[in-house]
Write a protein that binds this ligand. Sequence first.
Ligand code: C2E
Ligand code: MG
Ligand code: MG
Length: 245
Amino acid sequence: MEGGFEIHYQPLLDLRTNQVAGCEALLRWRHPERGMVSPAEFIPVAEDTGMINELGDWVLRTACTEAATWPSHIRLAVNVSPVQLKCETLALRITGALTASGLAPGRLEIEITEAVLIRDDEAALAILHQLRAIGVRIALDDFGTGYSSLSYLKRFSFDKIKIDRCFVSDIEVDGSSAIVQAVVNIAASRNMTTAAEGVETEQQRKLLRELGCTQMQGFLFSAPKPASEIRRLLEVDQATARVLA
Ligand code: C2E
Ligand code: MG
Ligand code: MG
């Protein structure tokens, strides 16, 4: 892809085993004058201009090809915008990326936000079911930041709920840990796993583990990193697992 785009990867750690379970692909744009531009700034522009479809395809193909080189138990998570979920050919294009890379469908996890389900969007739901039929996993990202989130859990059986960073950052404050506990319980009762986003302190990790959260992601373990650094990190993680086994 032209235009200074690159993908960084951030590990998700299993809270019981302390092993890396997967990595999330996070898009970066290296601007000649402005340096690294945040996706929070340029994704909305790409959505408005329709460029997100082409960009999203590039992310999927590149990240699947990279993940196919990782140990086979490591999953790949890719963010998909509500605009991409409106496109009828998404499932076909994801199948294409999987086939071209040789990545098993069960190793790919698509992250969507509640915005996808805000309107009674039957078309988006139909596409989610197509993705499920291919064998791809579906995660609900930034859980708890939108409106009436709980109703979305009834509309589609997600594989994973990602608990938004805002609940993690004040988990030591009264109230937030009760919310995290409730989400973990709901998820468990519906056979979903949970991942806590934005974990930055050892105390947060300890509490999340006690609350039964499945995975954590955040600067405490690792920030998003270029592909080459992630490969090294995964090698070290594998070696540690062998020593501990
Ligand atoms: P997200 O999917 O919720 O990704 C998590 C964001 O939290 C990432 O920001 C990550 O760098 C940041 N983060 C991770 N750990 C920590 C932590 O411990 N503390 C703090 N303060 N932040 C942490 P990033 O990379 O800037 O991405 C922002 C958002 O842009 C993503 O949120 C996602 O919604 C979107 N995005 C990124 N890449 C893509 C993409 O390829 N396609 C689409 N459609 N959206 C993307
Ligand atoms: Mg995400
Ligand atoms: Mg998130």
